[in-house]
Unconditional design. Structure first.
Length: 397
């Protein structure tokens, strides 16, 4: 901990400006107590570690707060100073007894209350959600910052993210998904931007590093950028996903494959409009190849030209598949509304651009083109080429 109480409830903060000699002097004169449990704490000052407070006796508080790493404390101090320099009068480690939560830093911006949570260790989705709800009960906006270590990059535009990483996902004002992260060692924010998952873990994204001193609070609250990856990279990953589907050792994908085979559909030859990148793909944990294949089975396969297709029908069948466990939703605690409808609408619009559908009214379409599954791999490659051309056109829009 970096804060403790001295007499009369006055709180002392070990921020970057606190001088060691003054602190040593103070240590001789006063007794420090924990702002949360009021037990005595001691001021620890070594030559290597950041000065901090620790409980004397082991209790519940110790479990929760004393195990903070050096990395975490360093991040807090630097972020605190960063907010301070922007004139936001931040408070370090404020404790809120009503919700029994202690934030890393709190501050006010544009008459709104914010708190910053820098998360180093993996916590459960449930705890993440509970803390988020707690702050919201106090009308605070929590900003979750992922510790900038342990992001597993596969190449410049693809990274493997865990379900813990996805908890930090948020949307910017241009409706693009991002994850904010910070590393106190290199003193930079690391923004994962325009996140479009291709499978449960792998996501297309752009990584932007931004030094703390060149980043404003607004950059953190609403990171800009609308990165576009190359369609052939996407196609390659979808292709890989299909291979993994067929060679996967576990039985996870059996029900999905069984359903395709029952419809005499070969996953390798399925029309390439199944498995396309969409802005809101992130809201489903299931790969776009899987959920779009279900949409294909439910609404496009063997449908003749002129057959109507309504958004609400699509929403209904997708929910049925979610309830059966065939399609999995992703846990995104930062986002309050469920965006399944938006995602499905985005897919319909995509299908319209691909000439598969024609728009009648706002949420009403008709089938404009019969989709034929390819009968050979060569034929499929031709279809795929056409789709890539469309994706390229869309990225240039
Ligand atoms: Zn305590």
């Amino acid at each position: 901990m970096l804060t403790a109480k001295i007499k009369d409830g006055e709180v002392i903060t070990l921020n970057a400006k606190a001088e060691k000699i003054a602190l040593m002097d103070l240590r001789k004169k006063v007794k420090f107590t924990c702002p949360i449990c009021s037990q005595e704490v001691i001021l620890k000052m070594g030559s290597k570690r950041i000065p901090h407070f620790a409980h004397i006796r082991g209790d519940a508080c110790t479990e929760q707060y004393d195990r903070e790493s050096e990395y975490h404390m360093l991040a807090k101090l630097k972020l605190f100073e960063w907010l301070n320099q922007q004139g936001l009068s931040p408070v370090l480690e404020p404790y809120y007894p009503n919700i029994k939560q202690r934030a890393d830093i709190a501050f006010k911006y544009n008459d709104e209350l914010y708190c910053l949570e820098f998360q180093c260790s993996t916590i459960s989705e449930e705890l993440f959600r509970r803390r988020t709800e707690g702050y919201r009960k106090l009308s605070m906006h929590p900003i979750w910052l992922l510790a900038g270590k342990g992001i597993n990059r596969k190449n410049s535009s693809l990274a493997s993210l865990s379900s813990f990483h996805y908890l930090f996902a948020n949307k910017n004002s241009s409706q693009q998904w991002y994850i904010p992260s910070y590393c106190p060692i290199i003193n930079q924010f690391i923004f994962l931007k325009t996140i479009v998952p291709v499978s449960v873990r792998n996501s297309f994204l752009a990584i932007e590093m931004k030094p703390l001193e060149r980043t404003s609070l607004l950059d953190l609250l609403n990171p800009d950028g609308n990165y576009k990856f190359r369609p052939e990279q996407w196609s390659k990953e979808i292709f890989k996903f299909k291979i993994s589907l067929l060679t996967h050792k576990s039985t996870t994908y059996y029900p999905f494959l069984r359903e395709l085979y029952r419809q005499s559909l070969n996953p390798q030859l399925l029309h390439p409009i199944v498995g396309v990148p969409l802005t809101n793909n992130i809201i489903l944990e299931s790969s776009p190849f899987i959920w779009q294949a279900y949409v294909y089975i439910d609404h496009l396969h063997h449908q003749s030209i002129g057959t109507p297709l309504y958004l609400h029908a699509l929403v209904k069948t997708t929910w049925q598949r979610v309830n059966k466990g065939q399609i999995k939703l992703r846990n995104l605690p930062n986002i309050r509304e469920l965006l399944l409808r938006e995602l499905l609408y985005e897919y319909l619009i995509f299908l319209r651009k691909a000439g598969v559908l024609q728009k009648q009214k706002e949420h009403e379409f008709v089938i404009a083109k019969e989709l034929k599954a390819a009968s050979t791999m060569d034929e499929w490659k031709q279809q795929e080429k056409g789709l890539r051309k469309l994706l390229l056109m869309m990225t240039e829009e």
